[in-house]
Write a protein that binds this ligand. Sequence first.
Ligand SMILES: [Zn+2]
Ligand SMILES: [Zn+2]
Length: 447
Amino acid sequence: MPPRPLRPADPLRANRHATRMRGLEFPGARTGVDRILTARGGAVARGNRTGERRMLLRVTERGVYCEAGGFYVDPWMPVDRAVITHAHGDHARWGSRRYLCSREGERVLRTRMGPEANIRGVPYGEPVTVNGVRISLHPAGHILGSAQARIEHRGEVWVVSGDYKTEPDPTCTPFEPVRCHTFVTESTFGLPIYRWAPQAETWAEIRAWWRANREAGRVSILFGYSLGKAQRLLAGVMDGLEGPIYTHGAVETLNREYRESGIALPPTTHVGAAPRGTDWAGALVVAPPSAAGSPWLRRFGPASTAFASGWMRIRGARRRRSLDRGFVVSDHVDWPSLLAAVDATGASRVWVTHGYREPVVRWLREHGLEAHAIASRWEGEAEAEEAPPPDVVDGSANGSADEAASAESVDDALDGGTVADSAPVEGSFSADDGAALDFGAPGEGEP
Ligand SMILES: [Zn+2]
Ligand SMILES: [Zn+2]
């Protein structure tokens, strides 16, 4: 059989045509793709030798596993080698022996995992070879350091995108389309009703809400996930501050990480560090969603509450949470961007994970792609996506007791129980290791 081209002619052409007809062509796709192909010396384009469609990854009890390389991507149970797309709790779990992540995400991941964790950060695009399998990480545009894992073995290329968005975000490196044979995509907002408005409109709405509250003598309390969303919100309102900004400890800890990583954020003050008798009226308070309805909020007096989330696209979602306002801000792709991102990879096979898997699978099949709904323990924009650093969970550091009680994700706190099992070990994912170092035989760590 002749080598299979990276972009099989018929189905993909049909798909590209279909997306173009809908005006969904992914902007800038060519540029990113060409850059990667050049950097890779065109090796991808050869396809594999047999022309067979090999399964480079499979789902096991512990997570998505690459048998040839003996590693997992975002495993949900402790394993020997874990490639991590980003530091949210459902993707980066405690207890694995070694972690590989993007250099941009290393600081945040380390905060989450603790100083003992064996973490190696590599620059975006720089390949690491493990047991003959080539791994490289490419920007996913989701939060600081988020990456798509590109996995190549004998000409077969898979990309696991983790969580991603294609909208610009000043707090992280923009999403980069990576060509592959099989693309693993989330489907958090994989329904046609989910379409994000231009961001500038949303930031203007948030500032107008803040201004109106200030004029009415109220404090504005804005809920957003403490890792990623909160910083993006802060960067979004930075150009038109209506007053001082205060933060919940979980948010402030991550603000510090972001600033140390070179991300510009407006000045913020931890609520716990504000002097007694602070008049909160007119201020903006940024806190994790789990603080909603908690005693932590009592100190602020008259307040207007709002939640920034993709779920706010649905009216009932705000009412159910008894919030005054909902702003549609998501760090995940909306429906048109998801389809365009899939298209830009040139993949002929797509694994659809966490979210509205069936509608996305159906759409892709109708447009000539091989698509499968894959069960994973990854989550989209949910409570468990939060990654409170341990010092915030136990309230021992800069958080007060009621702040700790309001820290999100009980699940994450429970996950902390596995830390004791994870003895730090020597060795790391290294560029020159091959099968030589103590990574163990492929398959080690399998149940
Ligand atoms: Zn995430
Ligand atoms: Zn996730």
